[in-house]
Design a protein. Structure first.
Length: 594
């Protein structure tokens, strides 16, 4: 074993140094590597360079914003020609199909498209379908179908023009007309509206859509129109719509009335107190109930003659009794009797024929004292007197209908800030208003709103110091991280940092490792019978350098100073990696001992 040859790395001072390949030391070490390691190293370097270029391009890429959510329903060629003519860079997002432009060019691109008259088409077919040429054998069914389709398209376009509606589809069910009344069926319609995200339709807008469709189709009743949104919500509940519409109108009327009275208070107090020195709120209790009343009253103490009709009829005839004699006329007259009194002569003369002188009981003619002439028996006479009077009592009829939205009660609340003045030192001093001032403000407010105590109105004016507004205007400023330029700078900084990490963390260590390995000292053989000075040099070299096993390729082992465990692990790894070389070294040791 003493004669065994051990190769110790010693600087080669005597021989000529081998020059690096093409002047680059790392290429020499690269050429000594295996083919798989060379390919892996080159692929890693190429991937690093490619990633670096991609990061640089990403950091320099401008920020794009969507100009159009989709090119569906638009002439894509016309849009792109308009943007290209205006020298506006654009791109199309492959997943959603959105048209993207730079943030700086967004407003200009919209103006260019608007000036070119480019608008998104809803895709609905209207009455222009009737302008197409129809075949010679077109049936009546096809004509009616085309007309219905055109009407549906026109209604859909009209509904889509509403602000909150993104798109609409209308389906009409128009039955065929029949000459029989019992077979007559009414048309119906259904409307599907697609709303913009976050928007809804007011009840009044739903009623407007229903009325629009109902009045566009003959004999279509509003109750036969159904409106549904894209989420499947039924919007056309007639009863609910009517109630909500009425409630909404009443609420709006109340708010408008309160706003009117608040404006009156504002107009009367602002010149006196100044802007921001008071706050006023008005609450109006409005009665929306409909009341109709009819009353009828009579006054029996004041009767009035409304109409009177009087009839006084008297008939007298000089003719004797006429007619066919009957049993009564053939009867003998009754027994005569003399009157006991003179005034009964007229009664006794009833048996005397009319126009004959009246005779008294003694058979003498009765003389009329007034005329001195004999009294004659009266002829038959008929007298009738009738009177009809209509009276009317005093009657009063009143019909009362109270208006909707009658103001029932009004409440006004006003709070006034302290008055600000200057003291002797010129400093601002706050002091409260006096009771007389508050009473004066109260009277002004009462007159401004039309205060009515019998109605139960109330007006409250109080004085209290306002809390100073600590709101900072700088808080409204947009933070720097929300500015568009901030993210551009961040992208560029991230790109630079990534390139630095790639260069100094990946490429530089790899190149340095290759260069350092190429510049390692060459191992020179040292004979066993060397002199003492050379032995000291060898010991120093063993202390600083690593032991190398000779072979086609030098394999470095840990130095003795690194410890037994390190040397043992290195030898185990060497045996596991290249057992043939280890066996050759052991064989040389055995041959040397022999």
């Amino acid at each position: 074993m003493a004669d065994a040859v051990s190769n110790v790395p010693v600087p080669a001072g005597g021989g000529a140094e081998k020059k690096p390949l093409l002047g680059l030391s790392f290429l020499e070490n690269l050429s000594e590597m295996s083919v798989l390691r060379q390919i892996g190293l080159l692929v890693g370097l190429a991937a690093s360079v490619a990633i670096g270029f991609a990061v640089v391009l990403w950091s320099q890429q401008p920020d794009y914003r969507p100009l159009l959510g989709s090119l569906a329903g638009m002439d894509a060629n016309q849009v792109m020609e308009t943007l290209a003519a205006a020298d506006i860079a654009y791109t199309v997002e492959p997943n959603s199909g959105a048209l993207l432009v730079k943030t700086d060019d967004l407003a200009r691109a919209r103006l260019k498209l608007a000036s070119a008259g480019i608008a998104q088409n809803d895709g609905n077919v209207g009455f222009e379908i009737l302008d197409k040429e129809q075949g010679l054998g077109t049936s009546q069914f096809m004509e009616a179908t085309r007309y219905r389709r055109g009407l549906e398209g026109e209604l859909a376009r009209t509904i889509s023009s509403l602000n909150n509606v993104k798109g609409a589809r209308v389906h009409l069910a128009i039955p065929k007309s029949s000459v029989f009344v019992r077979d007559e069926r009414k048309p119906s319609a259904s409307v599907l509206v697609e709303l913009y995200p976050g928007r809804t339709l007011e009840p009044s807008q739903v009623m407007a859509i229903i009325n629009l469709v109902a009045t566009s189709v003959p004999e279509l009743n509003k109750s036969q129109v159904t409106v549904v949104d894209q989420k499947g919500n039924l919007l056309s509940d007639q009863q609910e719509l009517s109630e909500l519409t009425m409630a909404g109108k009443q609420f709006d009327y109340s708010r408008r009335m309160e706003g009117l009275y608040t404006q009156r208070v504002h107009n009367i107090l602002q010149p006196v107190l100044g802007s921001g020195r008071y706050k006023a709120e008005v609450s109006a209790d409005v009665d929306f109930s409909a009341v109709e009343s009819t009353s009828e009253t009579f006054n029996p103490d004041q009767p009035a003659l409304r109409s009177e009709q009087s009839v006084d009829e008297q008939r007298q005839s000089s003719l004797p009794p006429q007619g066919v004699p009957g049993a009564l006329s053939n009867q003998p007259p009754g027994p005569a009797s003399a009157p006991e009194q003179a005034n009964q002569a007229a009664a006794a003369a009833g048996a005397v024929a009319p126009g004959q002188p009246l005779l008294d009981a003694n058979g003498q003619q009765v003389i009329d004292p007034a005329t001195g002439q004999p009294m004659l028996a009266p002829y038959p006479a008929d007298k009738r007197k009738q009177s009809t009077r209509n009276y009317e009592l005093d009657r009063s009829i009143s019909y009362t209908k109270q208006q909707h939205g009658r103001l029932r009660r009004l409440s006004v609340a006003v709070v006034v800030d302290d008055q600000v003045g200057l003291n002797e030192a010129g400093e601002a001093v706050r002091k409260p208003w006096t009771a007389d001032d508050l009473a004066r403000f109260t009277r002004l407010v009462q007159d401004a709103v039309g205060f009515d105590a019998s109605r139960g109105d109330s007006v409250s004016v109080i004085n209290t110091p306002f809390v100073p507004d600590t709101f900072d205007d700088t808080a409204m400023e947009i933070p720097f991280y929300s500015q568009p330029w901030f993210w551009d700078v961040v992208k560029q900084v991230l790109g630079v940092l990534f390139i630095l990490v790639l260069v100094f963390g990946v490429l530089r260590p790899v190149l340095k490792n290759l260069t350092t390995t190429a510049q390692s000292k060459q191992l020179l053989p040292v004979e066993g019978g060397a002199e003492a000075g050379e032995g000291d040099a060898v010991d120093a070299a063993l202390a600083n350098d690593r032991v190398s096993l000779s072979g086609p390729q030098n394999i470095m082992l840990p130095s003795p100073s690194e410890g037994y465990e390190a040397q043992l692990n290195a030898i185990k790894n060497l045996v596991a990696e290249d057992p043939g070389r280890v066996a050759q070294v052991v064989k040389e040791w055995i041959n040397a001992d022999e």
